[in-house]
Design a protein around this ligand. Sequence first.
Ligand code: 1GP
Length: 256
Amino acid sequence: MRHCMQPGILHKSLINLRLQQKKAFAVLVDPDKVTIPQITTIAALCNDSLVDYIFIGGSLMVSQHLDLCIQTLKANSDIPVILFPGSPSQISRYADALFYLTLISGRNPELLIGAHVVSAPMVKASGLEIISTGYMVIDGGAATTVSYMSHSAPIPHDKDDIALCTALAGEMQGKHILYLDAGSGAKQAVSERMIRRVASETSIPLIVGGGITEPEKAYLNCNAGADVIVVGNAIEKDSSLIKEISSAVHQTNVNA
Ligand code: 1GP
């Protein structure tokens, strides 16, 4: 078995983005919001649009078809599928990797270590590549499910210093990557100023998501230093955005 501390394939791919100053686009699929036939369509659109990663998960998991969603994605696409779990129960051995989330912006001990201890044997037994993730929720102007469920206040939208210090602490604690998230469907996405501040002072890969609805914003976030842009909600409403946002993110590579 691969030693957990050695970077796995997908962790390495994220590190390489930063090293090569390339940008990647991830589509977030919430199993509670899609049917299996819709998954097939999403996979085809992601293939056509050169999407780099598919993240899968949700704050809740009312539906019982996580495994089937991932199997359907894998049957229709070679794009890596990474679990982005809202709770420790959202583990599937059919995925390629797991964002092993620690809510470092919060102060709920359960989401800093408690849930990790309880789920550790199950996570280890899954054989999944583990990507240790410093997860930071930033106020997006709307009460998000994650804030409610986590009993944790988000970092205020304009408090770049708090975001920076939290990110630095996460990096020094040994997290593999950082994820700045304004929450799904946020009214206000993470500011470019905050992204720039965090990206310029840290050296681990930076994922940014929450409330990104336009290609222009994705492009600006990449220029500010995000390595991966993730979009879920907007794509659920208009799937043609997959191609448009993917082009905008990859345009940054052409212009680099
Ligand atoms: C939420 O970052 C993701 O956790 C994506 O957010 O659904 O608003 O795109 P959206």
